[in-house]
Write a protein that binds this ligand. Structure first.
Ligand SMILES: C[S@@+](CC[C@H](N)C(=O)[O-])C[C@H]1O[C@@H](n2cnc3c(N)ncnc32)[C@H](O)[C@@H]1O
Length: 235
C-alpha cells in the first residue's frame, strides 16, 4: 500500500485529520473503494440490515422527492441510486463528500445523471447558501466524526435546509443489554470506530444547535436498539 499522504495531496479540499488517521483504509485509499464497494459487504457490516436501514431512510425522506435533496457524504452500495429513483421529474439531488475518490466512485455508479450534482466539500463547513434544500440525509456519517465535527455537521445540515425542511439521520445507537450483539459491538466500535461509542452515551439532539430551531424530532430505533433513525423538521 502506498502512503496516505500521496492521496491527500490530490484533493484541493483538506482531508479531515480523523478521516486520514482513522478511516484511511475504509475511504481515503483508492483500494478502499475496490474493496468496500460491494453491497453484500456493507450489508454484512450492518448485520444484514443495509436494505432495511436504506429503505427506512428513503421512506422518511419521502415517497416522491420534489425540489432539492442533499445527501451528505457518499455511501457504498446502492443508496444514492435508490434515492435518485424517487426524484420527481423536476427534482434534483446533490451529494457532498470531502473525498474526491468517493465522489469519483459515486459518479461511476450514477453514470452521469444530470439531475445529480456531486460536490466536494466538508460537512462541517458547507460552502452552500442557507435555506437551499428541501431535505437532507446523514446516513452513518455522524458516528465517524469527533464530537466537535459532528456538532458542526448537524448545524450545517440544518442551516442549508429551507424552513420546514426535513433532515433524516440514520446511525448507531446504544442497543439493549439483551441484544446478543451488545458486547461484540463494544469490541468492534472501540477497535475500529473510536468516535462511535459517543452515540451510545448521548442523544443526537444534544448536538443540535439552538438556531436554527427544529420544530419536531421523531426517533425510532431498530435491531434491538443498535440503530436509530431520526426525522427532524426545521422550524
Ligand atoms: C457516510 S460515511 C459512512 C457510510 C457507510 N459506512 C458506507 O457504507 O459507506 C462515509 C463517507 O463519509 C465521508 N466523510 C467523512 N467525513 C466527512 C466530512 N467531514 N465531510 C464530507 N464527507 C465526509 C467519507 O469521505 C465517506 O465517503
Amino acid at each position: 500500500m502506498r502512503a496516505q499522504a500521496e492521496y491527500l495531496a490530490d484533493d484541493a479540499i483538506a482531508v479531515p485529520a480523523y478521516l486520514s488517521r482513522t478511516y484511511w483504509w475504509a475511504y481515503v485509499h483508492p483500494n478502499a473503494v475496490t474493496l468496500f464497494e460491494r453491497q453484500w459487504l456493507v450489508n454484512l457490516i450492518l448485520w444484514g440490515n443495509f436494505g432495511r436501514l436504506r429503505d427506512a431512510a428513503l421512506d422518511a425522506l419521502g415517497e416522491r422527492l420534489e425540489g432539492r435533496t442533499l445527501q451528505i457524504a457518499c455511501v457504498y452500495g446502492d443508496l444514492t441510486n435508490r434515492l435518485r429513483s424517487r426524484l420527481t421529474p423536476g427534482g434534483s439531488l446533490d451529494v457532498v463528500d470531502v473525498l474526491r475518490v468517493q465522489l469519483d466512485n459515486l459518479g461511476r455508479k450514477l453514470r452521469g445523471d444530470p439531475r445529480v450534482g456531486l460536490i466536494q466539500g466538508d460537512s462541517s463547513a458547507l460552502d452552500i447558501e442557507s435555506a437551499t434544500y428541501d431535505r437532507a440525509l446523514l446516513f452513518f456519517l455522524l458516528h465517524e466524526q469527533p464530537e466537535d465535527v459532528r456538532r458542526n455537521t448537524i448545524r450545517e445540515a440544518l442551516r442549508i435546509l429551507k424552513p420546514g425542511g426535513r433532515l433524516v439521520i440514520v446511525d448507531y445507537h446504544r442497543p439493549s443489554r439483551a441484544n446478543l450483539l451488545y458486547l461484540p459491538m463494544v469490541g468492534i466500535l472501540k477497535t475500529l470506530e473510536p468516535f462511535a461509542m459517543n452515540l451510545w452515551h448521548h442523544e443526537v439532539e444534544e448536538w443540535f444547535p439552538e438556531k436554527p430551531a427544529v420544530s419536531c424530532v421523531e426517533k425510532r430505533t431498530s435491531f434491538g436498539g443498535l440503530y436509530q433513525l431520526l426525522t427532524v423538521t426545521k422550524a
